[in-house]
Each structure stands twice: as structure tokens, then as C-alpha cells.
Write a protein of this length. Structure first.
Length: 489
């Protein structure tokens, strides 16, 4: 897509260029420093430009006369005004004089700018098609219908009283209706009830000639709600009389769902980080008082260390997830005896709970494994920590290992609440935290087992769980083994 930017400020021109580089659409930007050079460029290469981005304050022309002059020389090109003046009255006049949109510098980001340019081109095409249809109905009807029905966006045209004049098949499919079912009905019949008052105000803006983009919830035929991004533009006849509006609607339900997940995740992580951080800070402030007995000071230090380790575990799991998603997880492999790694993990976690007994059952003659010792230690830490959380009544938690078929199979066994078959299918997914009832309630952010799967897969192994509700769980994972004798590392 080729754009002509007529802008005399080099800084603003550079900013526009940077914003256009951010998106997936391929934009080619040509620049002119004044109106005269812009018109010369168009005269020489008019057919190559798709849209003009115009500043109204140029050295050789200012205000709406700039737009009028450009429109006289390039009537068929869509024009988007982008100026420093936030003047609603001027914006209305600009749209009535043929501008597809009116943007204010400093209030536009790259995403909005790219969408405005794309929509300006599409609106221009649709307007031209509608004008041709009025001039030659029989010839243009089929062509216009083809443009509308093949558009990737939902298209919705309404009359001045908001009655549906036209919708394309994409729009009807989004709402689960047929095209004929929607014709003649008010646009408000498809809008979530609580959004109607605000939408009536937007309807008044359309009648005044103001285009706008906004998010909206509309109601499907089955009663469910759909989030859409609406680009609403007024329609005027040749006598400048308002005849309705054109809306281009994009389904943004997936984006909204991701935003909700992100917000929920941020809230959950903030809560889980705050808990151990509060413990660490509370212990340190108490230690500063110098009024504690030696044994109490030792307990405070232990509690602070425990809180700091909890913070470290959460952050390490977040970092592993980030590395995996960015494909930046690099393993530092060394020949290692799995028994040594397991013993280090058990020793570190023994202070985690006084009611659990942590043991290892790993033969000394197992073949060594070529592993990232730190990552496998984290893997075992997550599994044992998970076993502690889901064994609220205490008991034994055992790490066991055996060798068969060229693989080392490691098991972490607990006697806790167990996991139902239904939950076993999703327990390794991100942000899964299941209590005895299957609902969220166990401390943590639900990343431990997901990170375990990422680390095992990075080593070329696999991970799974065997469990029955009320009878404990056994988590297994495999690691490829070497043929050499066991290492003493």
C-alpha cells in the first residue's frame, strides 16, 4: 500500500514512518514538504498512490483550503487529515469536504493510524461503488454486492433512523442471522442493552458528520455477546444531506479474551509475589528491633529465607516460560548422576514443611544422564513442591528412579488428595491450580507443572501423571541416558 504524506515537520514525518513500520501490512511512504510539491508528485504518479495523509498547516497553504485544493486535483484519492488542531468543528467540515477521517497529532498510535488508512481506502471504494450504483443501478448492483460480500470485515449500512439497509454475509454470520433477517431492523436491536445510551450519542455524532472508531458489544441470535471494533462513518448524498451511516465491524472477541487472561494473570502474580514479599519484609523489620531472643531471631531469618526462596521459585518459573515462548531456552548440559540432583532438591525443600517426610529411592548404579543440572533441579523442585501443596495431611513424598529402554524414568510420589481423570488432562496447562474440589485455591500461579513439561520436552523426554482422587499422585518424567558408567558429580 502506497501513501503520500504531505507534512512540513520532519519530526512528525519521521514519527508517522515509525508508526507505519509497526504493523504486518506493507506500507510504502512517500513524503512532500508542502502542498505544491505534493500535487506535482500526484500529477506524475497519481495511479501509484492509494491514500493521502494531509497536514492542514503547510508553508504554502493552511486550513481547510489545503484540503479543498488537494481534492480539486486528486478527487478520486482518499484523504486522511492529520493535524495539530483538536477542533471538532473543523473536523466536521473536513469530513463534509471529502476527508475520510480527521486525526489529531499526539492522540494517534501506530495501530490506530494503520487502521484509519486501511478503512479510508475501503470507505472510499465503497462510497464510489454506491455512487456508481445510483448512476447506473442495473450495471453497478452486482459489482457493489461482490465487493461487500467478499470483504473480510462485517459491513453494516443503516438509514437515518438506524434501520438496517444493507449487511454483508460476513456481518450476518458473525451474529448468527441471515441477511434477510437483519434487514429493516434497528441497529439498536442487536446491541447490548447497557450500551444503548452511549450509542445514541454516537448516532448524533454521525449525523453531524463525525467518523469514529470504538469498541462495542453486540448480541448474537443465540443471546451471547460479541465484542467488535466499529469504524462508523456518516453517509451524505450529493446535496450534503445525511442519508445514514456505514459501519465496518471487526470481531475482537479473541483479543478481549486475551486481555482478560492477561489482567487475571497480572492480578494473580501480583498477589502471589506480595505474600512472600510481605513475609520477608516483616521478618527483616522485626529483626531490626533488636528485642528478640537468639532463637527467635533464628526463626525470623528462616522465615525470611523461606519467603525469599518462594519469590525466587515464582520468578524462575516466569522466566522459564518467557524463554520458552521466545524460543530462547538454551540448555547447559553436563554428564550427571540423577541421584545427586534429587538429593540436593530434597535437602533444600526439607524445611518447606514439618509434616512431610521427603526421601529418595534411587539406585547408585544408574547410568548418568546428559542434562542441564540447574533445569532438572528446578523440574524436581516444582514436582516436590507441588506434592507438598497437594498433600495437606503430610506423609511421605518420595523421588524414585529406574532405567529401561535407553531412558531414565523418574517418579515423584505423594499420598495427597489425588487428581481426577478430567483434571489430569489439563494439569500441565498454564495457570492451572486445582484444590480438592477442583477449584482454584492452592497457593501458586499455576505455572509449576507447565514449566516442568517445557523443561522435560527441552531434554527430549516426556512427562505424565497417574493418580486417583483420594489416593495420591505419581508424576513421571523420562530423560535419555548415556552409556558410560555413572558419574560422581
Amino acid at each position: 500500500m502506497k501513501i503520500l504524506l504531505i507534512e512540513d515537520n520532519p519530526g512528525d514525518a519521521r514519527l508517522v514512518r515509525e508508526m507505519l513500520r509497526e504493523g504486518p501490512t506493507d506500507f510504502t511512504l512517500h513524503s512532500a514538504r508542502n502542498l505544491e510539491s505534493g500535487l506535482r508528485f500526484l500529477a506524475a504518479r497519481d495511479s501509484a498512490i492509494n491514500v493521502v495523509l494531509l497536514d492542514l498547516g503547510l508553508p504554502d497553504s493552511r486550513g481547510l483550503e489545503t484540503l479543498a485544493t488537494l481534492r480539486r486535483h486528486a478527487r478520486d484519492l482518499p484523504v486522511v487529515v492529520m493535524t495539530s488542531l483538536d477542533d471538532e468543528e473543523q473536523a466536521i467540515h473536513a469530513v463534509r469536504q471529502g476527508a475520510e477521517d480527521y486525526l489529531v497529532k499526539g492522540q494517534v498510535d501506530g495501530r490506530l493510524l494503520r487502521r484509519c488508512l486501511l478503512y479510508a481506502i475501503e470507505r472510499k471504494r465503497l462510497t464510489e461503488s454506491m455512487e456508481k450504483a445510483r448512476q447506473s443501478v442495473a450495471e453497478s448492483e452486482e459489482r457493489y454486492r461482490l465487493i461487500v460480500d467478499t470483504a473480510g470485515e462485517g459491513i453494516w449500512v443503516t438509514s437515518p433512523d438506524t434501520r438496517t439497509v444493507l449487511v454483508n454475509q460476513r456481518m450476518a454470520d458473525m451474529l448468527g442471522h441471515s441477511v434477510e433477517e437483519m434487514k429493516g431492523k434497528s441497529f439498536f436491536d442487536f446491541v447490548a442493552r447497557e450500551q444503548v445510551p452511549a450509542l445514541r450519542e454516537k448516532q448524533k455524532d454521525r449525523m453531524r458528520g463525525i467518523s469514529e472508531q470504538y469498541e462495542l458489544q453486540i448480541r448474537r441470535k443465540d443471546g451471547s455477546l460479541l465484542w467488535v471494533m466499529v469504524s462508523g462513518s456518516p453517509l451524505f448524498d450529493p446535496e450534503n444531506q445525511y442519508i445514514g451511516q456505514l459501519g465496518m465491524l471487526t470481531d475482537i472477541s479473541e483479543r478481549k479474551r486475551i486481555e482478560e487472561i492477561k489482567d487475571e494473570f497480572i492480578g494473580m502474580v501480583s498477589h502471589e509475589l506480595k505474600t512472600p514479599l510481605t513475609v520477608v519484609m516483616g521478618c527483616l523489620y522485626t529483626l531490626l528491633s533488636n528485642k528478640l531472643a537468639p532463637e527467635d531471631r533464628r526463626q525470623m531469618l528462616d522465615d525470611a529465607i523461606f519467603g525469599a526462596e518462594s519469590l525466587s521459585d515464582i520468578l524462575e518459573n516466569l522466566l522459564e516460560l518467557s524463554r520458552s515462548q521466545a524460543q530462547r531456552m538454551v540448555l547447559e548440559k553436563h554428564t550427571t548422576a540423577i541421584g545427586h540432583v534429587a538429593s540436593e532438591v530434597v535437602e533444600r525443600l526439607r524445611s518447606k514443611s514439618a509434616i512431610h517426610r521427603l526421601v529418595t529411592d534411587i539406585p547408585d548404579d544408574l547410568s548418568p544422564v546428559e542434562i542441564d543440572r540447574v533445569r532438572v533441579g528446578r523440574l524436581l523442585t516444582n514436582l516436590v513442591d507441588n506434592a507438598i501443596k497437594y498433600s495437606p495431611d503430610g506423609g511421605e513424598i518420595k523421588i524414585r528412579a529406574r532405567q529401561d529402554n535407553g531412558n531414565l524414568t523418574v517418579a515423584v510420589i505423594d499420598h495427597g488428595i489425588g487428581i481426577s481423570k478430567e483434571n489430569q488432562a489439563k494439569i500441565f496447562d498454564r495457570f492451572q491450580r486445582l484444590s480438592k474440589s477442583g477449584e482454584s485455591g492452592i497457593p501458586g500461579i499455576g505455572l509449576g507443572l507447565h514449566v516442568c513439561r517445557l523443561l522435560v520436552q527441552a531434554h527430549g523426554g516426556r512427562i505424565w501423571v497417574e493418580s486417583e482422587p483420594g489416593s495420591g499422585s505419581t508424576f513421571y518424567f523420562t530423560l535419555p541416558v548415556r552409556s558410560e558408567p555413572a558419574s560422581n558429580r
